[in-house]
Design a protein around this ligand. Sequence first.
Ligand SMILES: NC(=O)c1ccc[n+]([C@@H]2O[C@H](COP(=O)([O-])OP(=O)(O)OC[C@H]3O[C@@H](n4cnc5c(N)ncnc54)[C@H](O)[C@@H]3O)[C@@H](O)[C@H]2O)c1
Length: 252
Amino acid sequence: MSKRVLITAGAGGIGRVIAAGYAAQGATVCVCDQDAAAIAALDDTIKGACVDVTDETALDAWLHASMDAMGGCDVLINNAGIAGQAGQIEDLDLAQWKGCLAVNLDAQMIACRAIAPVMKRQRAGVITNISSTSGLFGVPFRAPYAAAKWAVIGFTKTIATELGPHGIRCNAICPGAVKGARIDRVLSAEAGARGVTADDVYTDYASGSSLRRFAEPQEIADLCVYLSSDGAKFISGQVIAVDGNTETYHSA
Ligand SMILES: NC(=O)c1ccc[n+]([C@@H]2O[C@H](COP(=O)([O-])OP(=O)(O)OC[C@H]3O[C@@H](n4cnc5c(N)ncnc54)[C@H](O)[C@@H]3O)[C@@H](O)[C@H]2O)c1
């Protein structure tokens, strides 16, 4: 039977590449995303629904409807994440802090809560939570994002412990900076602020990694697909960076 896969924020960025990676393997793939245009642009190998993951009722409804349609769920990729407010601790706004945690962390809990009973009945399932290298380092001026991504790791370790006896595996992936529109915006903004080119900023950032470059979205997708394959059937509770080995940290 082909794998039944659910991906949050799967119509754009890294999530779309993850979705395509599973679809290429013949999986049945359902994604949600808040971007209706991006959903409309998905090809017919991926079933999309317009859902904001911070809307608990809507996220729950999508998860249950998708699992009903697929007759279960083999893989959940908790991918949704936003950068949140950047600023000094004394300037942080509580509503924005909560908004950042809602997308990066709360949505992962809501999805795992809905899927756990189904995976327990199956006595099988794989959950992959997307964290970040910001969940491995202290990140000045990015407290909301870093706190959320560290929390994702604590959540992952806990879920792996709790669900492991039921045959369910759970791991976290920590991408470093990943090529794409999001990081291009970060590079351009910093280049403008420093009076240098975006390429200069890229070189600065990339020099922080032993492999001296950013990740390709496909490299994150490949690890997701591997973690839910038979080859990874004894891998759970792990936190795996796809970052070329970060030596000096730049936030992503
Ligand atoms: N891009 C990077 O360099 C990088 C680095 C480390 C970790 N990550 C993590 O990888 C994951 C994917 O990041 P990305 O760069 O693809 O993000 P992105 O900004 O490109 O967004 C991807 C998708 O998320 C959707 N989305 C945003 N908020 C949503 C919400 N509330 N409800 C539903 N959908 C929503 C967007 O519509 C978009 O289609 C995130 O968890 C992010 O924190 C990214």
